[in-house]
Design a protein around this ligand. Structure first.
Ligand code: NAD
Ligand code: WQD
Length: 334
């Protein structure tokens, strides 16, 4: 299939480009590089030995987006392009709502105009809010504490309505849990700007000596050891989930969790990282981070049952690959 990947130069998008190319698909990327580098796409080509057509455009720009659709024969869209920093979304709600909602609307409109009927959307486990774990796709969504999460829930609702009005469309709403790790080549991985918000890049930067120690946000949650529990999933497993979604997707709108189904605490993650990479990671316990929930992990059975997809890589792979990218690779430069 000919697949348009928005946000394809980013963290999850670039790994998905690798998985798509390796599965034999043709890939076009639309990315404005607001949180990524063009060099990453060169590395995707290096890993796969395949070409990518790159459009440096903002997908909230309707005219620019239509130009891509007019010049290419597109079989499906995977829409990763979005802003994702939760804290920043609280400070700049309009920026987040505009970018994350208008991009989805512009792309859906272009799909309607140019007859593209397969649409895969990057949603997030954040839409479950404080439901009871494990999170199941059928649960009612609870309001998020931040505009980022709301932008994902609203995009899901918009795409659901659009799919209902276009019964020949096939839409997948993929709710990612916590993607970590990197491609085993060490060529592509997560490249946060500034001090990382997410735990794995923070850990790798502590291990590298760029940051002094990890701050563990709270040890008084009702969890196995008091620290926050998350469902960490290797980014390549997540990437492969998108290839499976494209292959298996049927008409209508379908919601799938992409997680492992296993909850891991912060201290368990620290220990696994130390053991996998044979190093010591300094940390201190600090106050809870506002907005964090105690536990977040998937019921991952639906994707397995319907698609035969499960995450294959374990926590050791995630820790080893994340550290390889930080320790041996040269980060792409703008
Ligand atoms: P990322 O920031 O690495 O990638 C997003 C890409 O989209 C970047 O390359 C950026 O330049 C591009 N982009 C943003 N707005 C754009 C626009 N208007 N036009 C064109 N390009 C634009 O983020 P990621 O971690 O790869 O996340 C990809 C998607 O998955 C996002 O929608 C994110 O919200 C979602 N998601 C991420 C996580 C996570 O923890 N990383 C979890 C759940 C969901
Ligand atoms: C994981 C755990 C922290 C940093 C966020 C978004 C979510 C999704 C994924 C996009 C928590 C703890 C963290 C640190 C720590 N993104 N932690 N010290 O918060 O589960 O999810 O990214 O959709 O929407 O909210 O991920 O990696 O920030 O935190 O102790 O320096 O690590 O408290 O328990 P989170 P995270």
């Amino acid at each position: 299939m000919n697949i348009l990947v928005t946000g394809g130069a980013g963290y999850i998008g670039s790994h998905t480009c690798v998985a798509l190319l390796e599965a034999g698909h043709t890939v076009m990327v639309a990315d404005n590089l607001c949180n990524s580098q063009a060099e990453t796409l060169e590395r995707v080509k290096q890993i796969t030995g395949r070409e990518i057509t790159f459009y440096q455009i903002d997908v909230t720009d309707e005219a620019a987006t239509n130009t891509v659709f007019a010049s290419q024969s597109i079989d499906g869209v995977i829409h990763f392009a979005g802003l994702k920093a939760v804290g920043e979304s609280v400070a700049k709600p309009l920026v987040y709502y505009y970018n994350n909602l208008v991009s989805t609307m512009v792309l859906a409109k272009a799909c309607q105009k140019y007859g593209v009927k397969r649409f895969v959307f990057s949603s997030s486990a954040t839409v479950y809010g404080e439901n009871q774990v494990p999170f199941v796709e059928s649960m009612p969504l609870l309001p998020s504490t931040n505009p980022y999460g709301e932008s994902k829930a609203i995009s899901e609702r918009m795409l659901t309505d659009i799919a209902k009005a276009n019964p020949d469309w096939s839409v997948a709403l993929l709710r990612y849990f916590n993607p970590v790790g990197a491609h085993a080549s060490g060529l592509i991985g997560e490249v946060p700007t500034g001090i990382p918000n997410n735990i794995m890049p923070y850990i790798t930067q502590v291990a590298k000596g760029k940051l002094d120690k990890l701050r563990v946000f709270g040890n008084d949650y009702p969890t196995v050891d008091g620290t926050g529990v998350r469902d960490y999933i290797h980014v390549l497993d997540l990437a492969e989930g998108h290839v499976t979604a494209l292959d298996k997707l049927t008409k209508g709108v379908h919601v799938y969790n992409l997680g492992t189904g296993h909850g891991i605490s912060v201290l368990q993650l620290v220990k696994a990282f130390e053991e996998a990479n044979d190093l010591h990671l300094p940390y201190e316990i600090t106050a809870r981070r506002p907005g964090d929930i105690a536990e977040c992990y998937a019921d991952a059975s639906k994707a397995k049952r319907d698609w035969g997809w499960t995450a294959k890589r374990d926590l050791v792979d995630m820790c080893r690959d994340a550290w390889r990218f930080e320790s041996v690779s040269k980060e792409p430069s703008p």
